[in-house]
Design a protein around this ligand. Structure first.
Ligand code: CP3
Length: 336
């Protein structure tokens, strides 16, 4: 929380995106008892346990709520399933009628188990460990709602955004409101700060980036802070590159998550004066281990360590990553 407030710490706080997940045997064991991934997310006792697993094992400075960004479409009535090896499956939204049939009124009620998980995690965590809530950014969530699955280039949503921006805007508006309400409730339940994941922001062109990545995120930040002033918010516009400057200035987020492709000197000179920077070890460097970890960690600490920094990966940890590599990364960051 000190780092999110803009302080430079001698050792930066550290956590990892997807830190609870398949690279941990204790996760795989618990996961095997739930046929459906969303059932696991919606069972507060189990989701609490999964959230705490990486904290117990590694002592990260922050826990991130165990859930998924696609609980929002599910709560809106667009049923989401996860099939092994194929990722999420949704009944793709065809157009205006499908969007009008979404049910924003039932979202918060549907997400009640998540708020219970947040309460349980907060009371179980050591007081010095930050609890992060999160949501997907409207653009990224919309890409899955329109395509119904993961695609290499999110062409279906990009097509709709170009050919029928009015209809696409309606979907984004629904997601802005639902996401802001969702974050407010997470903070009220005990989340100390929240992160907005815009995994597919970088694929947008210049106009699209402003309209579909910056503007909806700006509205969420504004809505959350109008109800809960001072809420700390991390934005993760993956692939934004130089556009991260405008993203910070126009959304008003406190911290910006950077992917591993972001040049560190640019992050230091252009981003850190404007926001806390969070990142950005390449998950493949973590997977490779050894010198790749040492060199990657050292470069981040040397370049970004004299400003406000939260150490993280540049994207989520890969399921094949050995636990020993995570331990090596933590030792290197903390100098222990
Ligand atoms: O960071 C965390 O540890 C918190 C939990 C979390 C998950 N997903 C758990 C999860 C968070 C913050 C997410 C975010 C998420 N989900 C994003 C944005 C960030 C990113 O990683 O790009 C996106 C695009 C999704 C959508 C999603 N969820 C996909 C594409 C998949 C399938 C891919 C895969 O790795 O299997 C998921 C499933 C998912 N979400 C898993 C986990 C631990 C794996 C499910 C399983 O255990 O079988």
């Amino acid at each position: 929380m000190q780092a999110l407030a803009g302080q430079t710490l001698s050792v930066p706080p550290v956590w990892m995106m997807r830190q609870a997940g398949r690279y941990l045997s204790e996760y795989r064991e618990l996961r095997s008892r739930y046929p459906s991934f969303l059932d696991l997310c919606n069972t507060p006792e189990a989701a609490t346990e999964v959230t705490l697993q990486p904290i117990r094992r590694f002592g990260f400075d922050a826990a991130i709520l165990f859930s998924d960004i696609l609980v929002i479409p599910d709560a809106l009535g667009q049923t989401v399933t996860f099939t092994k090896g194929e990722g999420p499956q949704l009944k793709a939204l065809g157009g205006q009628e499908d969007i009008a049939a979404l049910k924003p009124d039932r979202v918060l009620e549907h997400l009640q188990p998540v708020f219970e998980t947040v309460e349980r995690v907060r009371s179980a965590l050591p007081p010095e460990t930050t609890l992060l809530g999160f949501c997907g950014a409207p653009w990224t969530v919309a890409t899955y709602m329109i395509a119904g699955q993961t695609t290499p280039d999110q062409r279906p949503a990009r097509m709709m955004a170009y050919s029928d921006p009015e209809t696409f805007q309606k979907l984004v508006d629904i997601l802005v409101d639902a996401s802001a309400d969702y974050l407010v409730r997470q903070v009220k339940a005990g989340a100390d700060a929240v992160q907005i994941f815009d995994t597919w922001a970088g694929i947008l062109d210049e106009d699209g980036f402003r309209r579909w990545a910056i503007e909806p995120t700006r509205r969420i930040v504004e809505k959350v802070r109008s109800e809960l002033p001072g809420t700390r918010i991390i934005g993760f516009p993956r692939g934004a590159g130089a556009r991260a400057v405008a993203y910070i200035e126009e959304t008003g987020i406190d911290a910006v998550g950077i992917d591993w492709m972001m040049p560190l000197v640019f992050a230091r000179d252009a981003l850190q004066p404007r926001a806390t920077v969070q990142g950005n070890l390449d998950p493949i460097a973590l997977l490779a281990g050894g010198r790749a970890i040492d060199a990657g960690v050292d470069a981040i600490l040397e370049t970004l360590g004299s400003g406000p920094l939260v150490f993280n990966l540049g994207h989520g940890i890969l399921p094949e990553t050995p636990v020993a590599h995570v331990e090596a990364m933590l030792k290197r960051v903390r100098g222990t």
